[in-house]
Design a protein around this ligand. Structure first.
Ligand SMILES: [Mg+2]
Length: 175
């Protein structure tokens, strides 16, 4: 019996600095395309890497990016148009005006969804936070996979996240 049977694998997803980055925007400038649709701000190659990662580790996605302030349906729509096939199940709550950091919002989401997750917040470990900012909580440090605005999500980050879920026993080591 693996832990994946007891709970869910969740990826908390930031967008700017993860699914877009300096390399992406520089390459876009060279091409003839003019940015005009929201999905044009998303790197389809990085979306592909995330598609594969979510498939490999059987993870659902919760949007933690500020893009969520435009609504969950909006995020789903834009990401789908950029090629996303992963399952977006929710967005984190907004605690911007409560003097809180993003880690608090993620923490509250986990707390609020304990019934769906099947475990209490303190026992829930099968998650990865992908973000180019590190405003998370101390106990989330081993679940944070930091990207940077230069290269965004990379295959190396995806590999490390996969290893993270494998080491937790949340995915079969040999698929
Ligand atoms: Mg960001």
């Amino acid at each position: 019996m693996g832990r994946q049977l007891e709970t869910m694998n969740i990826i908390f997803l930031d967008i700017d600095g993860v699914l877009n980055c300096q390399i992406f925007y520089t390459n876009r400038k060279k091409s003839k395309n003019i940015i005009e649709h929201p999905q044009d701000q998303i790197c389809t190659e990085r979306v592909e890497w995330l598609n594969q990662l979510c498939k490999d580790v059987n993870a659902k996605v919760v949007i933690s990016s500020t893009w969520r302030h435009s609504g969950l349906d909006y995020c789903k729509d834009v990401l789908k148009k950029a090629g996303a096939t992963f399952d977006i199940i929710d967005k984190t709550p907004d605690l911007r005006h409560e003097g809180c950091v993003r880690g608090n919002e993620i923490n509250l989401w986990i707390e609020k969804n304990k019934e769906m997750l099947g475990v209490w917040r303190s026992d829930f470990n099968s998650y990865a936070i992908i973000d180019d900012d590190s405003d998370m909580l101390y106990w989330q440090r081993n679940n944070l996979f930091l990207t940077d605005t230069y290269s965004g999500l990379t295959p190396n980050t995806c590999y490390r996240i996969k290893r993270h879920f494998e080491q937790l026993g949340c995915v079969p080591a040999c698929p």
